[in-house]
Ligand binder design. Sequence first.
Ligand code: 5AD
Ligand code: SF4
Length: 444
Amino acid sequence: MKKIYLNTMGCQMNVYDSRRILDALEKLGYVETLNPEEADFLMINTCYIREKASDKVFSMLGKFAKIKADRKKQGLPTYIGLAGCVVQALGDEVFHKAPFLDLAVGPQSYHKLPELLTRLDRGAGRTVEANFTSDEKFDLLPKANARAYSAFLAIQEGCDNFCTYCVVPYTRGCEYSRSADEIIKEAKSLVDTGAVEIMLLGQNVDCWHGKGLNGQKEWGLARLIEELAKIDNLKRIRYTTSYPVDITDEMIKAHRDIEKLMPYIHLPIQSGSDAVLKAMNRRYTVKQYLEVIDKLRAVRPDIAISSDFIVGFPGETDADFEQTMDVVRRVDYAQSYSFKYSARPGTPASLMKNQIPEKIKADRLTTLQALLLERQKAFNMKFIGKTLPVLLTEKGRAKGQLNGYSPYLQNVHATLSDDYLGKIVDLKITSATASSLSGTINVL
Ligand code: 5AD
Ligand code: SF4
């Protein structure tokens, strides 16, 4: 039995890919370890979205090199691998930046990992595999193991939007939807191996489209979710990430009609200024964005809304930034992710002349995050005294504590025995912070 240490950086798509990588390597006799020092194979699944994320990769690789050298002294051979978006973006260059690397695979080539490792075992030398066709990857990966009560399922990959700041179209390629048949089979396999909740993933998940089951004509995301909801032991369905103006009327209706579809939507606005949105090549105005939220709230008044924000995009003025703050005040986000703009090689925005100084970006981020946090806390406080059905997904840090999620994707802690893991339990909410709720079993 060999051991793999796999560190996952970046988005949920990477978490999904990492789980599938572990499935693929299991066939070669690899089991996962959380201790890098005892690993025969050390790997990072990397993210290239912001400069900070890709810098982190090379500092961690330095640590891996040291472990490899120490293990060599003990006569233990070790491979070091790199997967994910950094490989796709840099190609062969990763070997120049980290000469001790043994293999590198881009996000569309994970199914080749077993072959690459076998080649290394035979002493065939190191390789980089980075191509751009997603279909092969999904076809050739083995049956999915849930590995968690809340499982991820990639239904769509890549993006054709070309927002001017973003590397995703260059690292994940153009939009590719998997077939309904394949997705439903994978969902069943995830549920059979313990998943209670499935989060459908796609960089632009609302664009998912595919031939329906039994030769039916094209399905969209809403129809797919309707079909997935028929799987008995699947209790909760979520999806992410939405592009605001790609949400169809069918999807809005799905939020009204499909009970298993959770009342939560991640709807990144990025900026509250129409001028900045235009420069970002986002295909909507603030007004259109707010209209989508109104439509969702009309059918599901309690729906929780989250967003991504970028501050300090080239040319962003104080007035533009104030407009972003205004949107936050109006929408009442339940959760959010906010970032300083990071210039990425090869993207149009990186070549724009009016880049914003680091200090201004940092100040704007601090101001925005303070407001977001305050609003998020207010959102959570509203639940004190209420009862929420919570899916208990993992053990908590404190002994005897479990963590789970409310329908609104709030993190909930409760003192409960392990028997409740994987169950949905009604918890009475007793306290709240900006980032989590605490609950107890409701005693009538
Ligand atoms: N700089 C800062 N944030 C970025 N994002 C994407 N590209 C960049 C960039 N160059 C953010 C966006 C996106 C999230 C996944 O990451 O907000 O929605
Ligand atoms: Fe990072 Fe984007 Fe790649 Fe996800 S798809 S790992 S967010 S660069």
